[in-house]
Design a protein around this ligand. Structure first.
Ligand code: SAM
Length: 221
């Protein structure tokens, strides 16, 4: 068991957020997904750079890292249309052993990346509208490994992570929830775990070509 498996010991809510825009239990889901997969990592939405740091650290090679999937050279491709990196993150990104593995792009994630890159894991935390997260998923789904590739969605699951004011507020983005329910209903993904508003799914097969085309066509114009 790792530290990330002890999130249930903590009270996790929005007060956990700093440079990394995740609650502690949500960060634990993301960390576990990295550790459970192999191959390169795709991130959609990095904002201040906090989640990119977490992805890079979770995929770092070293004697303190579990064997299998955490070998050397695990790259992270990160897409963001308007990032605002914090100086602390810039300093981390410049470290030896990190900078060689990072590919930080300024790009609209609603459109497929112009390459034949493949990924073992994807973190989606960009545009939280239904149309936006659907396009993000469809544009990159065929790049994710089938069978053991994991995709993690933030703000998908209604939870009490905002409820520290005791006003019954549930934290999630309705458009992300709607899309994740549709995605699971296609049978192209199956649920692995959830924590806070995070939903981690395993890719089981490709999405129908017509669905992919419909989802991204509008963003090509
Ligand atoms: C919630 S923030 C990401 C927070 C970050 N993942 C973290 O946990 O620290 C969402 C980010 O998505 C980016 N974004 C929104 N729409 C986008 C799009 N169409 N393509 C790429 N990035 C987008 C925004 O610029 C913003 O930086």
């Amino acid at each position: 068991m790792g530290f990330e498996d002890l999130a249930w010991l903590f009270r996790c809510d929005h007060r956990n957020r700093g440079i990394l825009r995740l609650d502690f239990d949500e960060a634990a889901v993301l960390w576990r997904a990295v550790r459970a997969t192999r191959g390169d990592i795709l991130e959609i939405g990095r904002l201040l750079g906090g989640s990119t740091v977490l992805l890079a650290e979770a995929s770092r090679e070293g004697p303190d890292r579990a064997p299998g999937g955490l070998g050397s050279g695990r790259r992270i491709v990160s897409l963001d249309i308007a990032p605002r990196h914090r100086p602390e993150c810039e300093a981390y990104f410049a470290r030896e052993g990190v900078r060689e593995r990072l590919d930080l792009r300024i790009a609209n994630a609603h459109l497929p990346i112009a390459s034949d890159e493949r990924f073992g894991m994807c973190f989606i935390d960009g545009d939280h509208s239904y149309e936006g997260v659907r396009a993000d998923t469809c544009a990159h789904w065929d790049r994710i490994d089938t069978g053991d590739g994991l995709v993690v969605f933030h703000d998908a699951i209604p939870n009490d992570g905002l409820d520290f004011k005791n006003d019954g507020t549930l934290a999630h983005a309705p458009g992300v929830l709607r899309w994740c329910e549709e995605l699971l209903a296609t049978g192209c993904a199956e649920e692995v775990e959830r924590g806070g508003s995070m939903l981690c799914v395993r890719k089981t097969r490709e999405l129908p070509a017509a669905l992919v085309e419909e989802a991204i066509a509008v963003w090509r114009e």
